[in-house]
Design a binder for this molecule. Structure first.
Ligand code: HPA
Length: 280
């Protein structure tokens, strides 16, 4: 079987949707975009380089959807460093989306709030991040783009020394903040710390992150954003604050609680997307 041909078929399905915008849905957030129904599905498995998610709540497919008549590619599910994939593998879907012509990326995740003013169940728009994973999708990119990529997908080489002064697009943030205010949706803004995981933090680590200037903590997003910016894709990202960070409340953290709170908060975010996307 010719893998390159197969990959190009899959890429062409995404390309032919002519979508400017892709949305990555994190843990428990699949319902942000209504049921797949008759929409076209392109499983990650059709792309040689995108690993299959193994965590409950992460589907592993692209859905070609329309939100208020705007064509979008929805990536349902992601893979994480803590599943023992490397920084290149966890960002393969971003390289695929860029190759499919996507210019704007909306990233979502579930995160712990470490700012006591940001209550669980609310959303935080990410203004900046701390990449505490210790790795980068751009490490070795100049060599690996050629070696790992299947034909067509990563034809555009990754630069390495990219500027991240405005990793999270001011233009898109202003738009979402304006729409949220108009719709009466509470939307915090703050700094996201991305860690390896998969264990949740200790209370001492949460205190450290607060001192470092983080408002939320999670195990995804930062590498995807770095990869997107390297390919000149504009990014806006949102954390669904599913719980207070360890030591900030009396309860223990659980993945079930994270999924449940995410499902509850998904409807609010759908409303925000439906109003903000048609603005173009
Ligand atoms: N810490 C890290 N990742 C998370 C959390 C948390 O408290 N909640 C959801 N994802």
């Amino acid at each position: 079987m010719n893998l390159a041909d197969k990959d190009n078929d899959a890429l062409n399905k995404l390309r032919s949707w002519h979508s400017q915008t892709a949305i990555i849905l994190g843990s428990g957030l699949s319902s942000i975009v209504p049921n797949a129904g008759d929409k076209e599905i392109v499983p990650y498995a059709e792309f040689g380089e995108i690993p299959q998610p193994s965590v409950p709540g992460h589907a592993g497919r692209f859905v070609l959807a329309k939100i208020e008549n705007v064509p979008v590619i929805v990536a349902q599910g992601r893979v994480h460093l803590y599943e023992a994939w490397n920084a290149r593998q966890v960002t393969a879907s971003i390289r695929v989306l860029a190759a499919a012509g996507v210019k704007n990326l909306v990233v979502t995740n579930a995160a712990g709030s470490i700012n006591p003013k940001f209550r669980p169940g609310t959303w935080m728009m990410i203004s900046d991040h701390l990449n505490l994973t210790g790795t980068s999708p751009l490490a070795g990119a100049a060599r690996l783009d050629g070696e790992e990529a299947t034909a067509g997908v990563a034809s555009k080489g990754n630069p390495q020394f990219i500027d991240l002064t405005e990793a999270y697009s001011r233009r898109l943030r202003e738009r979402f903040a304006r729409v949220a205010a108009k719709e009466g949706i509470a939307l915090h803004e703050g700094v996201y710390a991305g860690l390896l995981g998969p264990q949740y933090e200790t209370p001492a680590e949460v205190r450290m992150l607060q001192r470092l200037g983080a408002d939320a903590v999670g195990m995804s997003t930062v590498l995807e954003v770095i990869q997107a910016r390297a390919l000149e894709v504009e990014v806006v990202a949102f954390s669904c604050l599913t719980n207070l960070g360890a030591g900030l409340s009396d309860s223990q953290l659980s993945h079930e609680e994270v999924l449940q709170t995410g499902q509850g908060a998904a409807a609010v975010f759908s409303r925000l997307l439906s109003s903000a996307l048609p603005e173009g």
